[in-house]
Design a protein around this ligand. Structure first.
Ligand SMILES: *Cc1c(COP(=O)(O)O)cnc(C)c1O
Length: 222
């Protein structure tokens, strides 16, 4: 068995079956993705537009591509034909552009709202206030080509496990408030994407439904 397949098995043993594993394949060659694919794993995450499109055209059509990086509005059109879910929607402006491009492609695109939960200045994302303002607007209700499926966030890169746990709890609370106030009765709003190689165990304990793992999946023994 390949290292990558072994890594996938090892991770899946540690997480409940309802938690979805996105294998973050950024900076990894298509051969590595194919190794995971041949083993039966078909869900991959990329954070750069041209890397995603370049890989999407050479890999099989049934790969489920998740976009997880900061997305510039003028590049949305390149990924819309290929992407399964855009996890990193961090502004109303971006969501409107995704809606417009999805309409042109006769698609409805699954999206997560990215929230800023870390104590680090470099991270993107909505504040709860910004999200509330968007979700209350008439303009938002007119978007027919995006499906808001939940929230995404990245914890701080720190050793302090309690801080990381508190940031994940914060994201889960944001999810719950949005669900109660804006998406009650909406079965599609159900995902909390949190947890990376260094912190996915804590994330799963705190209610993650999607984990995004790069290093853990693609690091080879040799
Ligand atoms: C790179 C990346 C990951 C995966 O990080 P690892 O530490 O390699 O697991 C997850 N989420 C986002 C948004 C990333 O950019």
């Amino acid at each position: 068995m390949s290292d990558i397949a072994g890594n996938i098995i090892a991770v899946k043993k540690q997480i409940p079956s309802h938690v979805k594993l996105v294998a973050v394949s950024k900076l990894k060659p298509p051969e590595d993705i194919r190794e995971a694919y041949n083993f039966g794993h078909k869900i991959f995450g990329e954070n750069r537009v041209h890397e995603l499109t370049g890989k999407a055209v050479i890999l099989p059509d049934d790969v489920e591509w998740h976009f997880i990086g900061h997305l510039q509005s003028n590049k949305v059109k390149f990924i819309v034909p290929f992407v399964h879910m855009i996890q990193s929607v961090d502004s109303f402006k971006l969501l409107k552009v995704i809606n417009k491009e999805a309409y042109k492609n006769s698609r409805v695109i699954d999206c997560l709202l990215q929230f800023y939960i870390a104590k680090e200045e470099t991270k993107y994302g909505f504040s709860p206030e910004e999200a509330a303002e968007m979700l209350q607007s008439d303009e938002f209700r007119e978007l027919m080509n995006v499906r808001i499926c939940g929230v995404m966030g990245m914890a701080s890169f720190v050793d302090d496990q309690e801080q990381v746990r508190n940031e994940f709890i914060n994201l889960r609370n944001i999810f719950q408030i949005l669900k109660d106030e804006y998406f009650s009765g909406n079965k599609e709003f159900k995902e909390i994407s949190m947890g990376m190689s260094g912190d996915y165990k804590i994330a799963v304990e705190e209610g993650s439904t999607i984990i995004r793992l790069g290093t853990m999946i693609f690091t080879k023994m040799s």
